[in-house]
Write a protein that binds this ligand. Sequence first.
Ligand code: FE
Length: 198
Amino acid sequence: MTKPDFSKLTKDNIVDFIGDIFLRRGADSYLGEDVTMSEHMLQGAQLAEQAGANEEAIASALLHDIGHYTNEFPEDALEKGVNNYHDEAGAFVLKRFFPQSVTDCVQQHVAAKRYLCAVDPEYLNLLSDASVHTLKLQGGPMDRHEVDAFEEQPHLDTIIQVRKWDDEGKVAGVKTPDYDHYAPLLQRIVDRHAGTID
Ligand code: FE
């Protein structure tokens, strides 16, 4: 299938474009967890919504793993040489359309796990087996220098909160709204963001 040029993605079709990925690829398994990818991301969004989070935080929870699907994005969406870890890649494809308050949460959700393991001894016990396994591959808990640097970020609190919804959103059989429920919220964020850069 030919993919569109990245330049053909606009603020008016990006939300449908992501929805199409959810529809076609959402049933993919989520790396050793008991839920599919779309169940996982929708559970995260639902937890955010139930917590009364703002729209950007809900969108971040919904989209945090979109980087697993960057092969669905046009080839020119990813710069040559950019590292293709799913956190970095996800933030990269979103940043043309979404504000930094969202892309930071996407980009930092793996680092946030490494951070929380360093500062909260209880946190490791909350992680799924698959997540403990990948922690090792991702560099293990942060050292003190990394912790200090991580805490300098403007969206630290939301980044940590999104990470916790990520960890909680892995329960088989939980009913959630579908992507269409969140599409208007995503569109409002995209439109607001476009208003700041036009
Ligand atoms: Fe996740």
